[in-house]
Every structure is written in C-alpha cells, then in structure tokens.
Design a protein around this ligand. Structure first.
Ligand SMILES: NC(=O)c1ccc[n+]([C@@H]2O[C@H](COP(=O)([O-])OP(=O)(O)OC[C@H]3O[C@@H](n4cnc5c(N)ncnc54)[C@H](O)[C@@H]3O)[C@@H](O)[C@H]2O)c1
Length: 375
C-alpha cells in the first residue's frame, strides 16, 4: 500500500504538538503505518519553510490550496486559528482527503454543520482534535462507565479552567467572537463539553451565564493601545442530558492559580470517578461496594495495563503520560483509521454537535433562559 501523505495547514503551537505526535508514532509503538510528512502550508514562505524543517515535513508552501488540492496528499491536518478551519477543511474533503481539524470545529454551528455535511456526503474519514479523549485514564474512566462500574449515572461536573488570560494578555483572535466563536467557552469549554458527550451522553438543553471580565486588552505588538474583547472570560453552564442526567461546565481562562484543570467528576449509583489533567496519571475512584469502614476515594495510577499503555517504556504505574502523549495516541489512531478507511471518533459530527451546544449556551446567556439544543 502506498504511504499516507500528510499535508499540514498551519505551523503554530498546536501544529507543533501534532508534529510531535506524528514523529513519535514509530518510536513509541513500532507499528508505523507507512506515512510521510509530505507538505506544510503556513501564512508566508519563511514561516512555512521554518515550520516544515522543524517538524520534518519534506515540502512547504504559503498557499494552503497547494496542500488541499495536491493529488498526492492523502490526509490533511487543519491546525490554523478557528476562523481558518472551514475553507481548507472543505476543500480537502471535496478533494477526497481524510481530514483532521482542530477544535472547535468552527467558530459557528452553521459552518460546522456544512463541514460535517460535506464529509458525510463524500464519505471522508474525519477527526476533530479533542485530544483529551486519548489521555489514557480518561479513556479508562469511560470504559469503567460503559462497563457499569459506576452503576446508573446520575450526574457529571466538568471544568476546563486556566489563568493565562491576564489583563495584559494581548487581543489575539481568541478574543474576537467572530473569529473564535466565543472566548473561554470555545477555547476550553469545547473540550469539557466533548468530555460530557464522550463519557456520559448527549445534552438536550442548557442554561448559562457568560461573563467578560477584562473588556479591553492591549493590541498585539502595541502594548499602549487597547482594543475591545467581546468574548467570555468565564462561562458557567448547566446542562440537561438524555435520560435525565444532570451536567455542569465551567470554562475560564482567568482562574488564578489553575493551569491545566481540565477535569470531571461522574457520580453514579454504585460509584464515582474524578479526573484532573493537572494530575493526568491519577484517576480517583470511589466504590459504594467498599465496606463502610473503608469507604472513600482511592487513587488508580495509570500504567501499561491501561489504554494506550504500550506508549510507556517501563512497566511502572504512575511513571507518567502527559499532554503530548495524548497527541501521539490521537495521531496513531488517526493513521490506523485512515489506513483502513474506517470512520474515527470524535468525527466532524461530534465537532458539529459541540458547536451546536456552545451556540445554545451563548443564546441562553444572552436571553437569560433555558435553551434547547437542536437534535
Ligand atoms: N487540542 C488542543 O489542546 C489545542 C490547543 C491549542 C490550540 N488548539 C486549536 O488549534 C487551532 C490553532 O491554535 P494555535 O494555538 O496553534 O494558534 P497559533 O496562532 O499558535 O497557530 C496558528 C498558525 O496558523 C498560521 N496561519 C494563519 N493563517 C494561515 C494560512 N492562511 N495558511 C496557513 N497557515 C496560517 C499562523 O501563522 C500560525 O502559525 C485553534 O483552532 C485552537 O483552538 C487546540
């Protein structure tokens, strides 16, 4: 079989993490499906050349169409800012490529639906970069839930909170609602919403509060001139899920002291699990079957017997997997799916659903009432 030829659109922060994932596959797993890091597109020639050389891509261009149209390219990876996802993704889909696109899929639900519809019509293999699904103990928590270890699920609380968006943080595209879709909700909350859907189920209605705390931020490269942010710095949302399950999302990038608190707690009739990405090798588990004298959360340490355990070089539980390992796991699954032509999860369908839920959250905050999520 001819190798999968990868075209990467965008060479910034997350593209670097993707490149690490691609480059790690053969070292970590030794089962590298034939693929080649073929061509990278950036906004101009010098950025493209620098990123291509750094990430081990063989060719580069300043025109993303030369990636999405290239008949040799099999898989297109869209890692541009959110407002630049749709055009390269759709062009790649229309040219029959498999496509992985970063999250959130789009800055609005209508465009996300169009992206999903094109993929569905053409039968492309797609994936959205909700990488936390492939943190081993997150995958394991889901296995426990699916296997009934928590009994009947009652509720899930999720959060993704960080503290980097200080008042002096510049007014980049993430603070422009048209470009980003929303603020902390889109950047961070999209992952938390994906966790709810992945672990427990589909939201049917939402009730939310969004708050802009820092209204003016310095313009990039002009620190004495300020411009207006029109996005949420903090969002709290209540969600009703199918089957009467209750859910909660808190997204914030101004939560002082919180660095990478992407986490959840799921409570069921027979137990609970708690996870926090600041401690990615620990899953806290409570079983109501423990004797009364021994009840309490215990710590499960991630190791080789957990999902993706073959990444670990040593058989020592808690030796550690982190953020970048989830990207390696993601890219390995992606390559396997593309090689077999099998649909992957989270797909563009999942990406569209998250966009829909975020839009319902924004509408609820604006109208100060419960809003149904379209099905
Ligand atoms: N899954 C995650 O954990 C995660 C983390 C960070 C960002 N993201 C997502 O990744 C996307 C990119 O975010 P980022 O932080 O990497 O942004 P970034 O600004 O660091 O990188 C974006 C890159 O795209 C390039 N670019 C702009 N216009 C282009 C064009 N026309 N053609 C080719 N390249 C172009 C820019 O020059 C820049 O290098 C966003 O959608 C974001 O939400 C996901």
């Amino acid at each position: 079989m001819s190798p999968i030829k990868v075209g990467l659109v965008g060479g910034g922060a997350i593209a670097r993490a993707h490149a690490i994932g691609f480059n790690n596959i053969s070292v970590f797993f030794g089962d590298k499906p034939g693929f080649e890091l073929y061509k990278l597109a950036e906004a101009n020639d010098s950025l493209a050349e620098a990123a291509a050389k750094r990430y081990s891509f063989n060719n580069w261009t300043s025109d993303w169409r030369k990636v999405t149209n290239d008949p040799d390219v099999t898989l297109v990876d869209v890692a541009t800012p959110t407002f630049l996802h749709k055009d390269p993704a759709i062009d790649a889909l229309e040219h029959g490529k498999s496509v992985i696109c970063e999250k959130p899929l789009s800055s609005n639900a209508a465009d996300a639906k169009e992206m999903y519809s094109v993929a569905k019509r053409n039968g492309n293999v797609t994936m959205v970069g909700f990488n936390y699904r492939r943190v081993p103990l997150v995958t394991f928590a889901r296995d426990m839930i699916r296997n009934g270890r928590l009994g009947k699920i009652f509720q899930i609380r999720t959060h993704f909170i960080q503290d980097w968006a200080t008042p002096n943080f510049p007014l980049t595209w993430r603070f422009n609602s048209k470009q980003a879709g929303a603020g902390a909700l889109a950047d961070l909350g999209s992952h938390a919403i994906d966790m709810i859907r992945y672990l427990v189920g589909e939201p049917t209605a939402v009730c939310a509060q969004t708050v802009t705390i820092i209204e003016n931020r310095p313009l990039p490269n002009e620190k004495d001139v300020k411009g207006k942010s029109d996005v949420d710095d903090t969002t709290f949302a209540l969600l009703r899920l199918e089957g009467g399950i209750a859910a909660e999302v808190n997204a914030s990038w101004i939560a002082s002291g919180r660095k990478l608190q992407m986490g959840f707690e799921v409570n069921g009739s027979e137990g609970s699990v708690y996870f926090d990405m600041e401690r990615p090798n620990e899953l806290r588990y409570y079983s109501s079957h423990d004797s009364e004298t021994e009840q309490g959360f215990k710590t499960i340490y991630g190791g080789q017997r957990h999902p993706y355990g073959d990444v670990l070089v040593f058989g020592v539980p808690s030796i550690g997997m982190g953020y970048l390992d989830s990207l390696t796991n993601q890219m390995r699954d992606l390559m396997a799916g593309v090689a077999k032509g099998e649909q992957l999860q989270p797909s563009f369908y999942d990406g569209w659903r998250v966009n829909q839920i975020m839009e319902a959250i924004l509408k609820s905050a604006l109208t100060e009432r419960w809003v149904s999520v379209e099905s």
